[in-house]
Design a protein around this ligand. Structure first.
Ligand code: NAD
Ligand code: UFG
Length: 338
């Protein structure tokens, strides 16, 4: 059993990870400033797990408050989710991203150092690979920063690797997520994008509820089997369980690793639309549109390292991802025929 603090603990991926950790017997403490999450998430987690996780409302850049939290709630490790994550916004406001993501991570690491917490699991992203030479992508592929969000992820990874290399951290896992989608099957927690969703699955679920008239397919002339972009979508509960396994591994072996988290299966935009229509019985009106600037044709993981090192294996397929994403969105929209 491990006691672990989740920064960004009421956000999309962290809230699902809290459930997975709790199911495996770990003790969870949540820290969030609610800048991109709903106030009712702790209560939803309590109803879902039967446990009231301690919650600290704080900004990760506030070293005294985070240090006091770690003193009031001593933990073995931190899982660091808190960050800003919108590529477009990062290009519009670079200083905001450097401040929240890089300075935020430095401040968190300082608070951890002051408190003697020396293990971390970090939310990185496949965005660090930029335009890959080929897929599947292995962890030793070159990293290529394409935007400021991606640069902040790479700098945060490097910070963590440097602290591990110099013995300041005992153990660290940099987890490079591919495309997390879906929700807990209970429909009690899920993803709540603010404003117009940037990502395919949340946009599609809002088309299905009738909130948006159609889905724009950004490019149908890529060099892919059906011409649309190929990505590696993975169910957020599989991703959540990977965090529990990563945490257990680094705590047991006091090692540092950098690992992809994806299924290894490339799915095109049209594949995902068809899977969604199959799983939900809802028709998604499409509009073929120009390519979105900065998009790559194809990007999917080689997930063998996560299987070999953590013993992680995905349990859910694309139909589960679509069904659970839809259950969550339908519940929020008050649609009951799901
Ligand atoms: P999210 O926005 O739902 O969760 C982030 C949480 O952090 C939010 O609850 C927000 O309120 C909180 N937060 C932000 N800044 C904070 C600060 N300064 N202090 C305290 N709390 C703060 O995002 P998510 O999708 O759950 O992503 C979690 C992590 O995973 C992020 O680091 C993100 O970059 C990374 N990631 C996400 C994806 C994805 O597709 N969702 C893909 C790759 C990597
Ligand atoms: N797409 C559409 N229509 C939409 C939205 C997306 O056709 O309305 C297409 C995109 O062109 C792409 C695919 O659906 O081919 C997936 O797009 P997403 O925006 O869902 O995901 P990305 O892979 O583009 O981006 C995600 C994260 C980024 C991260 C990147 C690389 O959202 O933050 O993965 O890891 F940088």
């Amino acid at each position: 059993m491990t006691r672990v603090l989740l920064t960004g603990g009421t956000g999309y991926i962290a809230s699902h990870t809290a459930v997975a950790l709790s199911e495996r017997g770990h003790e969870v403490v949540l820290l969030d400033n609610f800048s991109n999450s709903e106030r009712d998430v702790p209560e939803r987690l309590r109803r879902l797990t039967g446990k009231a996780f301690p919650l600290i409302e704080a900004d990760i850049r506030d070293v005294p408050t985070v240090t006091a939290a770690l003193s009031a709630h001593p933990v073995d490790a931190v899982i660091h989710f808190a960050a800003l994550k919108a590529v477009g916004e990062s290009e519009a406001d670079p200083l905001l991203y450097y401040d929240m993501n890089i300075i935020g991570t430095i401040r968190l690491l300082q608070a951890m150092q002051e408190s003697g917490v020396r293990r971390i699991v970090f939310s990185s992203s496949a965005t660090v690979y930029g335009q890959p030479d080929a897929s599947p992508i292995q962890e030793d592929a070159p990293t290529r920063v394409q935007n400021i969000y991606g640069r902040t992820k790479l700098v945060m990874e490097d910070l963590i690797r440097d602290l591990a290399r110099t013995g300041k951290l005992l153990a660290a896992a940099n987890l490079r997520y591919f495309n997390p989608v879906g929700a807990h099957p209970s429909a009690m927690i899920g993803e709540t994008p603010r404003g117009v969703p940037n990502n395919l699955m949340p946009y599609m679920t809002q088309v299905a509820t009738g909130e948006r008239p159609h889905l724009s397919v950004f490019g149908d002339d890529y060099d892919t089997p059906d011409g649309t972009g190929v990505r590696d979508y993975l169910h957020v509960m599989d991703l959540a369980e990977a965090h529990a396994l990563a945490l257990e591994h680094i705590c047991a072996h006091e090692v540092s690793v950098t690992v992809n988290l994806g299924t290894g299966i490339g799915i095109s935009v049209l594949d995902l639309v068809h899977a969604f229509e199959r799983a939900t019985g809802r028709k998604i009106p499409l509009k073929m549109s120009p390519r979105r600037p900065g998009d790559v044709a194809s990007n999917y993981a080689n997930p063998e390292a996560a299987a070999r090192i953590f013993g992680w294996k995905v349990q859910r397929d694309v139909d589960d991802m679509c069904r659970d994403a839809w259950r969550w969105q339908a519940a929020r929209a008050g649609i009951n025929d799901v």
